[in-house]
Design a protein around this ligand. Structure first.
Ligand code: GLC
Ligand code: CA
Length: 556
């Protein structure tokens, strides 16, 4: 397997709005990130991925960009950014930027021009259609509820927005538009950034016949078959690679909902010349119910393992996996696949070890290294995320398919704001994030879960992550070792090996709050040392009894 720095790295995702507020207006900012670079370097991460910091009216917290080459006012200035990049590099940290080019804000200059007239030079930068007798050009629904089309008076036509109304989709069929995007990317890379995380990049190519989608009893049709992994997406990414990416030694990761292993081979295959890796969603979708994240179902460990196995074996030697439990769109993993009460610390460590021992590049989302957990605000009005608020309106108020109580259950377990509460730095007011009331309330558990109490505690979740990252730097087997699962059928434990030449790692995880016994295959009963554990060290034996949420890796 080809060895590269981005396979060996660990990426830390910063959601700037919630990371650290340096000037006390309640909103995280670039100078706040600068203050915490030493914290990140100490943890041992190699790359920092910044969620969008570009000029934005913040309909979707920066994922609606009004100027790709300017910094969001609340976050600071371009000088602040240049200083951040420079200081990060001095500390040996790379900076990866979010690239959001499926859509812009409706306040982007391109869109302001585009909507003016049918013959404006920017008209075809976006997707405009005539309405039909039923009003909308077709029946597609938006990811954020409601129709995917918005009527625009100036030219009596509709524009497409797969996300919010204020996020019109760019028209990738247009060569001039693509060139503008490539020029912008080149501008950032020439500044010295180290790569891009590409927002919903597999949705940029739309089926040009714009057919109606299947309704499945809903109000709107499902557009995914015509917008996800669309007809020209590989052509566009190959072009982007040739025009831009291939000229730099950078990290690229595509956010790709609805991607199969086979699709991912196309995006990440070494001979394809598109991206380094993608974020798959199969794992994150294992516990979604009838109304998706709003009606979650208990997760099934066998399903989780089956998805892991499929991706670990499917991409080996050909593509490359990203490994993540968390990001700004997902609930906190300790609350989701672990236990955020009695076994909080234990299960947070188990999940950390379980993920980081797989083959792929691990991502840590801010606060994950502290075991930060989901939050429960009393009222829907305490929530800020457009996805939550729009879904509440559609499912509870308009369609009345869920009661308020049912919906709040979904919000508590799966909504995106679980990930967006302020980073918990210490136990002072507002968790040391800010000196004033932050834009979104702090999780009240900050007095017990915070960085200050963990950095110098050898038994903390933070120290466990640090240990994992140190091991990864010392042992190539953690990066490149071949993966094999040993207990596919066991609904309570996860046992797998990694193998590199003569060396082997044996990974044992208990995903329950009960003791579990596992039987070790005879060929693995060799001389073994504990590599890392969240429990007391025990010798490897034929029958192992694992404590609740115990996890241990042996090196053979
Ligand atoms: C991606 C982002 C998400 C955003 C959406 C629209 O899924 O991760 O936060 O809302 O794209 O840009
Ligand atoms: Ca601020």
């Amino acid at each position: 397997m080809k060895q590269t720095w981005w396979k060996e790295s660990v990426i830390y995702q910063v959601y700037p709005r919630s990371f650290k507020d340096s000037n006390h207006d309640g909103i995280g900012d670039i100078n706040g990130i600068r203050e915490k670079l030493d914290y990140l370097a100490d943890l041992g991460v190699d790359v920092v991925w910044l969620s969008p910091i570009y000029a934005s009216p913040n309909e979707d917290n920066g994922y609606d960009i009004s100027d790709y080459q300017a910094i969001m006012k609340e976050f600071g200035t371009m000088e602040d950014f240049d200083a951040l990049l420079n200081e990060a590099h001095q500390k040996g940290l790379k900076i990866v930027m979010d690239l959001v080019v499926n859509h812009t804000s409706d306040e982007h200059q391109w869109f302001i021009e585009s909507r003016k007239s049918k013959d404006n030079p920017y008209r075809d930068y976006y997707i405009w259609k005539e309405g039909n007798q039923d009003h909308y050009p077709n029946n597609w629904g938006s990811v954020f509820s409601g129709p995917a089309w918005q009527y625009d008076e100036a030219t009596n036509m509709y524009y497409l927005h797969l996300f919010a109304k204020k996020q019109p989709d760019l028209n990738w069929e247009n060569k001039a538009m693509r060139q503008s995007v490539y020029d912008m990317m080149t501008w950032w890379l020439d500044k010295g950034i180290d790569g891009f995380r590409m927002d919903v990049i597999n949705m940029i190519s739309k089926d040009q016949s714009f057919p109606d989608g299947e309704k499945n009893g809903g109000l709107y049709g499902n557009c995914s078959p015509y917008t996800v992994n669309g007809p020209r997406v590989h052509e566009y990414l190959k072009e982007m690679n040739k025009e831009v990416l291939s000229k730099y030694d950078i990290l690229t990761v595509g956010e790709t909902p609805g991607v199969s292993v086979k699709d991912a081979m196309g995006y990440t295959g070494e001979d394809e010349h598109e991206l380094n890796m993608v974020f798959q969603f199969e794992l994150m979708d294992i516990d979604l119910g009838q109304y998706g994240k709003w009606t979650p179902v208990p997760f099934d460990l066998c399903k989780l393992k089956a998805v892991m196995k499929k991706w670990q074996t499917g991409l080996e030697n050909k593509g490359w996996n990203s490994l993540y439990w968390n990001n700004h769109d997902q609930p906190r993993v300790v609350s989701r696949f672990g236990n955020d009460h009695e076994y909080h610390i234990k299960s947070a460590k188990m999940l950390a070890m379980c993920l980081h021992m797989h083959q792929g590049t691990p991502y840590i989302y801010q606060g994950e290294e502290l075991g930060m957990s989901n939050v429960r605000f009393d009222s829907i009005h305490d929530y800020k995320d457009i996805e939550i608020l729009n879904a509440y309106k559609e499912l509870v108020e308009d369609k009345k398919v869920l009661s308020e109580q049912e919906f709040m259950k979904g919000v508590y377990s799966h909504s995106r704001d679980n990930a967006r509460t302020p980073m918990q730095w210490d136990d002072s007011a507002y968790a040391g994030f800010s000196e004033v009331q932050p834009w979104i309330a702090v999780n009240p558990n900050y007095t017990s879960i915070n960085a200050k109490s963990q950095v110098n505690d050898p038994d903390s979740v933070y120290s466990f992550y640090k240990q994992l990252l140190t091991l990864r730097k010392q042992y190539k087997i953690m990066v490149y070792g071949h993966y094999e699962i040993l207990d596919e059928e066991n609904p309570n434990t996860y046992m797998y090996t990694r193998t590199l030449e003569q060396q082997q790692l044996l990974v044992l995880c208990n995903f329950t709050d009960q003791k579990q016994t596992v039987e070790i295959p005879n060929d693995l009963l060799k001389e073994a040392k504990v590599f890392i554990t969240n429990d007391i060290e025990k010798p490897l034996e034929k029958i192992m009894t694992l404590n609740p949420y115990e996890s241990v890796t042996y090196i053979l």
